[in-house]
Design a protein around this ligand. Structure first.
Ligand code: MN3
Length: 213
């Protein structure tokens, strides 16, 4: 498996590669069970990468663009591949930022500038987590719940399917997958229980590095 770090995926160019998880499949038990982790990473995420590569294989002009550039220039992408870039490219970007958030040996709280901004914009980390849970539970159908920076101000945001805040010129600080494939094997329909478990064990040091004042 490619040993790229997950955080590097936005800088990748064609051919795109699945990043290593960076930890064992059972490292996030019990919040995320090893079977879900395996299917999600080697199944779903790998499929987004393969489909993105297949979609733009014959369009060599697009090979010059990083994943970030593809996703911030969606309106300029040829119509024949735009949907795949949006869905499969978005899936690659979104999952690439998700795995480091679950990394073991975690920082249980944000520090530095991000910690201060969360206190400023939500009152406390608990207030932020409550808002994330509420939005994630309320997202209808498949999607993601995000903490984004909108010109430095933090807010909770949701996207449908594999749409990514990057395409809306927002800076994703952290995003949690609320597709059923992220939790159904263990939690069935209980998305709120999955969100409780995952939001309580985020590795905030992965998010700290994404917040630039
Ligand atoms: Mn997923």
């Amino acid at each position: 498996m490619d040993q790229l770090q997950s955080t590097d995926v936005l800088m990748q160019r064609y051919p795109f590669a699945l990043p290593a998880l960076g930890y064992a499949l059972d490292a996030v038990e019990p919040a995320v069970d090893s079977r879900t982790m395996s299917v999600h990473h080697a199944g779903h995420h790998a499929t987004y990468v393969a489909n993105l590569n297949r979609a733009i294989e014959s369009d060599t002009a697009l090979h010059q663009l990083t994943l970030r550039e593809l996703l911030t220039r969606l309106p300029t992408i040829p119509e024949s591949v735009r949907t795949s870039v949006r869905n499969d490219g978005g899936g690659h970007a979104n999952h690439g930022q998700f795995w480091p958030l679950l990394a073991p040996n975690r920082a249980a709280q944000p520090s530095g500038a991000l910690g201060q901004a969360i206190t400023r914009d939500f009152g406390s980390l608990a207030g932020c987590v409550t808002a994330l849970k509420q939005a994630g539970t309320g997202q209808f159908g498949s999607g993601w719940v995000w903490l984004v920076s909108d010109n430095g101000k933090l807010r909770v945001h949701t996207t449908s399917n594999q749409d990514t805040p990057i395409s809306e010129r927002l800076v994703p600080i952290m995003g949690v997958d609320v597709w059923e494939h992220a939790y159904y094997l263990k939690y069935q329909n209980k998305r709120a229980d999955y969100l409780d478990a995952v939001l309580a064990r985020l590795n905030w040091s992965a998010a700290d590095t994404r917040y630039q004042v």
